[in-house]
Design a protein around this ligand. Structure first.
Ligand SMILES: Nc1nc2c(c(=O)[nH]1)N[C@H]1C(S)=C(S)[C@@H](COP(=O)(O)O)O[C@H]1N2
Ligand SMILES: [Mo]
Length: 345
């Protein structure tokens, strides 16, 4: 579809060879923007308005936010639609294969400090976050906005961030200010954050109540998409064929490497590598943060032949990646085992 090619040119994925980096270099982090990237010349005029159901309406410049307590968190972010292209029929949207994931060090100030300054009224049930970008989806005009429950908004690790990997945010990653909700799929981390609204009723913005719902049939009421699901990916071994991306590996001992992650701050318990269906246990690297993916490696004695290789992770809750592609209408939360075709010569 022409539309899918246009979206794929605007929103790039992680190059899977970059899975070797603990922290994804900035230009290699995946990207997903629904509408246009807002034009912000230098960010000095940017204001974050905090209002709605609060005791005090406040407004912050980015410099004022930088003067508040600073915190850096290493966070693996994944798009809820990652894996969509594996589902049939394919939902008309960004046709992600498996590469809409990346890990960055995000620096900012805890959201809860700002909310405490404004003072949430006791009947506040949700806090909404509104971006400066605006457009249409299925005929509905809206600004990109999302909400969190009051409890989640006041939790320790949700940040208002102005830096990524120690540098100012790039325009496409939300310059000059964005929200980061660690452990949740990417849609929660609103870019170009302009307004925070405390609400005494649930937020009914399009991306909250229409956009991000797991559904299996058209009139399904749907389940909100929230935390990331357990998943793993492998650094493609050997060298690729330019067009098919099939891999060619020399015989002998090969170290297969990759990353595994889950959501909501849940760690990784184990990774198995399936080589033509045979299970090889991987060794896990040391964890590098509650919300960061975990490296793994696995020695393989490669004998000439044709192989399908894919890692399968299990998280600390005992949840394991499915072998079959789960069905979701819009292709959300697809976390089945991803295999690569490898020829050993
Ligand atoms: N304002 C705004 N925030 C947004 C989006 C957007 O389109 N507009 N896309 C969301 C989605 S769907 C994802 S997956 C992440 C992607 O963040 P990144 O582009 O910095 O990787 O941003 C989220 N925040
Ligand atoms: Mo996304």
């Amino acid at each position: 579809m022409r539309e899918e090619v246009v979206l794929a040119n605007r929103n790039h994925g992680l190059l899977t060879e970059a899975l070797r980096h603990d922290v994804t270099p900035i230009g290699m982090h995946y990207l997903l923007s629904h509408f246009d990237v807002p034009y912000v010349e230098d960010g000095t005029a940017w204001r974050l308005a905090v209002g709605g159901n609060v005791d005090r309406r406040l407004s912050f410049s980015v410099a004022q936010l930088k003067a508040l307590p600073q915190r850096t968190l290493r966070v693996t972010m994944e798009c809820a639609g990652n894996g969509r292209a594996h589902v049939s029929p394919r939902w008309p949207s960004m046709p992600w294969g498996s590469e809409a994931v990346g890990t960055a060090e995000w620096t900012g100030t805890p959201l809860k400090g700002v909310l405490r300054q404004a003072g949430l009224k006791p009947d506040t049930v949700e806090v909404a976050f509104l971006g400066a970008d605006r457009g249409y989806d299925k005929g509905h005009e809206h600004e990109f906005g999302r909400s969190l429950t009051t409890e989640m908004a006041l939790s320790d690790d949700v940040l208002l961030v102005y830096a990524m990997n120690g540098q100012p945010l790039l325009p496409q990653h939300g310059f000059p200010l964005r929200l980061i909700v660690p452990g949740w799929f990417g849609m929660a981390s609103v870019k170009w954050l302009e307004r925070i609204e405390a609400l005494n009723r649930p937020y009914d913005g399009y991306e909250q109540v229409r956009g991000y719902l797991y559904k299996t049939h058209p009139d399904d009421a749907g389940i909100p998409v929230t935390t990331i699901k357990v998943k793993s990916l492998m650094v493609p071994p050997g060298m690729p064929d330019w067009y098919t991306r099939q891999r060619l590996v020399e015989r002998g001992r090969v170290t297969l490497r990759g990353r595994a992650w889950s959501g909501g701050g849940v760690g990784i318990a184990s990774v198995d590598v399936l080589i033509n269906g045979v299970v090889h246990a991987a060794t896990l690297d040391a964890p590098t943060g509650r919300y960061a993916w975990r490296g793994w490696q696995c020695m393989w004695d490669a004998v000439p032949g044709e192989y399908e290789i894919g890692p399968r992770a299990t998280d600390a809750n005992g949840v394991t990646q499915p072998l079959e592609v789960p069905f979701d209408r819009a292709g959300f939360g697809i976390n089945s085992v991803q295999t690569l075709k490898v020829t050993v010569r």
